[in-house]
Ligand binder design. Structure first.
Ligand SMILES: NC(=O)c1ccc[n+]([C@@H]2O[C@H](COP(=O)([O-])OP(=O)(O)OC[C@H]3O[C@@H](n4cnc5c(N)ncnc54)[C@H](OP(=O)(O)O)[C@@H]3O)[C@@H](O)[C@H]2O)c1
Length: 287
């Protein structure tokens, strides 16, 4: 069984790389921009067809949410057109496709957790490019789109690491409290992906194409998240809640993007950890 993992230097990709060690029977091929630039479509297509993968996990993305506002071309190339290209190549060789998307496809105007049936209304360029990429996967009807939210891990750049760095430099910081979602440990998402593959390969549960939401359990604002990071690491820093309007960023973000996970939980009978429990585990590895 041969699995391509794109985005292997990212947060999710590195967690998948860590999990891969537990699967001696599976052959993993890990790529990043240097090894397989997804913007080079003919090359990517040839590579996939030549290598003949059984599974493709697309953990690669243009994830610089604010930079995307001025770099629309690259955001759409990586998050949309390259996805289309990969899905076509996957169909050609009969590979199963797992694509990762984001809670940012929603506008945040809902007050209840978002289900897979809810209509998307992406606010910024990154979000728009991700929403378009999803459609290519869903159109072909043989892959899975896994939407997740607020990823962090001990690898790569993320909110947890930023807070820990700030705690070393500052005595007080302000964090927005009017954006609410669910922090998700990338390792939990990686485990979910491997469970989907394992269950299919063991023929306990064949892959059911479509859209799924997956995040850790619970709800938090970025302020709550920061507060937990400092509490669990014993950092003494004064934390102030501020509104998004007091901390303007180039890209708009949804004020509410909690994902409803009922569909994936009922299909896979998966026990998803609470974000606070996963945060403690991640911090134990980080500090
Ligand atoms: N981060 C979040 O908070 C969050 C929340 C919800 C959903 N997601 C989604 O979850 C997935 C994984 O995110 P992440 O946080 O793990 O991402 P990340 O840490 O930013 O890593 C992105 C990965 O994509 C690769 N990549 C970027 N441009 C590429 C290109 N042109 N060709 C090939 N590879 C390219 C990068 O490779 P190089 O290192 O070589 O550039 C890197 O390995 C993405 O689909 C993202 O949209 C993320």
């Amino acid at each position: 069984m041969k699995i391509l993992v794109t985005g292997s230097t990212g947060q999710l990709g590195q967690e998948l790389r860590r999990l891969a060690m537990q699967y001696d029977d599976y052959q993993f091929v890990f790529t990043n921009t240097d090894k397989l630039d997804l913007r080079d479509m003919p090359h990517v297509s040839d590579f996939i067809r030549y290598e003949g993968f059984d599974w493709i996990i697309n953990a690669a993305a243009y994830t610089a949410v604010d930079k995307a506002e001025e770099d629309r071309e690259n955001a759409f190339l990586v998050n949309s057109r390259a996805v289309f290209n990969m899905v076509q190549a996957a169909e050609w060789i009969g590979a199963k496709f797992i694509h990762i998307s984001t809670d940012y496809v929603f506008d945040g105007k809902k007050a209840q957790p978002y289900t897979e049936q809810d209509t998307v209304n992406p606010l910024g360029i990154y979000a728009k490019s991700k929403a378009e990429g999803e459609q290519y996967v869903l159109k072909y009807n043989f892959g899975i789109v896994l939407r997740s939210s607020w990823l962090y891990s001990e690898y790569g750049n993320n909110f947890v690491k930023t807070m820990l760095t700030l705690a070393e430099k500052k005595q007080e910081i302000s964090v927005v409290y009017d954006q609410v979602g669910t922090p998700t440990y990338a390792l939990d998402l990686a485990r979910m992906i491997m469970m989907i593959i394992e269950k299919h390969e063991n023929e306990q549960l064949l892959i059911q194409p479509g859209l799924y939401h997956f995040s850790d359990e619970g709800v938090a604002s970025w302020y709550d998240f920061a507060q937990a990071i400092f509490e669990y690491t014993g950092k003494e820093i004064k934390l102030f809640p501020i509104r998004t309007s007091q901390f303007p960023r180039p890209a708009p973000r949804p004020s509410f993007s909690v994902l409803d996970k009922a569909k994936i939980k009922s299909l896979y009978k998966v026990d998803i950890p609470h974000w606070r429990d996963s945060l403690k585990k991640a911090l134990a590895r980080l500090v």
